[in-house]
Design a protein around this ligand. Sequence first.
Ligand code: NAD
Ligand code: WQD
Length: 344
Amino acid sequence: MIERVLVTGGAGYIGSHIAVTLLRAGMEVIIVDNLSNASELVLDRIEAITGRKPLFYKADCRDKQALQGIFNTHHVNAVIHLAGYKAVGESCEMPLMYYRNNLEATLVLLEVMRDFGVDKLVFSSSATVYGDNVSMPVREQAPTSVTNPYGRTKLMIEDILRDVVEARPEALKVALLRYFNPAGADESGLIGEDPKATPNNLMPYVSQVAIGKRQKLSVFGGDYPTEDGTGVRDYIHVADLASGHLEALRWLDEVVDLHCCQPINLGTGVGYSVLEVVSAFEQVSGRQVTYEIVDRRAGDVAVSYADVTLASELLGWQAEKTLEDMVSDAWRWQQRNPDGYGRS
Ligand code: NAD
Ligand code: WQD
């Protein structure tokens, strides 16, 4: 039985919601995060939501000694590995920084897991590994390709994990969770996405326009072959995403197949356009979201949404929350924490 889970990057946006879900399920959570893109205050918020505080180590996953110390102190049953950099544009400007951080953090973690006999790993992959050459909805067997260094780190890590499992199938089982577009926040409004600079992603950007921090949204492209001409994505509530991780852990605990390194889509299976998201936000917030249609953003695909059959078959999991839930929870978080953590 899985009792103690180490969550790398657990102080971040998705990791903090996963911590809440695991604590609620009665598991012990150990967060390892270097706080390069997170605030320590999230720990108090997690405690306020769940009544339990995760253990926290401020450490870099590339620091082998630090990881060894943590694995030595705690008998870890499984690892959820989220630590890494995630901004597509930044990865094009600073590819080496992305390869160094995302790959090395994973390699060091895998070595320490091997040395301590920890045999279950859930990895944060991304729908970005499907590139732009596939028909939708996309299944896990679809060919992979990437258009930027960030995406390439995900694909490279998936390959590394396959090799490690292949070499010693009895020593490691892996779920490669390919997230579609995470959005929303915990319904308490206490934890949520806290972009340090100008948001790259649609939902936090729209939210900042609605609250008046930004003047208008640039809609990247109005001439896609979609119903209203704007890009379509599979937005998934971060709380649903978190419960997908819990189910993935339970599945890994039971699965008897050797050679287990299984990609699994986590999405809703439904796509919404940029203008549908804008309209949902206006309805929920009662504020106007001013926008202007501009050129397409380089590297964007027209449409992306998941085939979620496998997640349902293997994990018995499916997303439950709606676009309205995502928008109203994101809006509650934005209103209660207009400047994110620390200054609210
Ligand atoms: P985030 O930046 O909020 O969380 C990542 C966390 O990792 C941060 O708290 C950061 O401080 C920490 N971190 C980075 N490098 C580290 C290192 N070397 N050692 C220790 N900690 C380190 O991002 P998120 O949105 O919560 O994403 C979590 C994971 O999910 C990432 O791997 C990301 O690539 C992946 N993912 C995110 C999305 C998305 O749209 N948010 C989509 C698909 C996949
Ligand atoms: C969604 C839609 C944009 C901002 C990215 C990464 C992917 C994954 C999730 C990590 C698109 C449009 C956006 C804006 C806009 N992350 N948009 N104006 O691009 O689907 O995926 O985040 O793994 O790897 O690439 O998400 O939220 O940036 O964009 O019109 O200011 O909103 O063109 O159609 P994307 P997004």
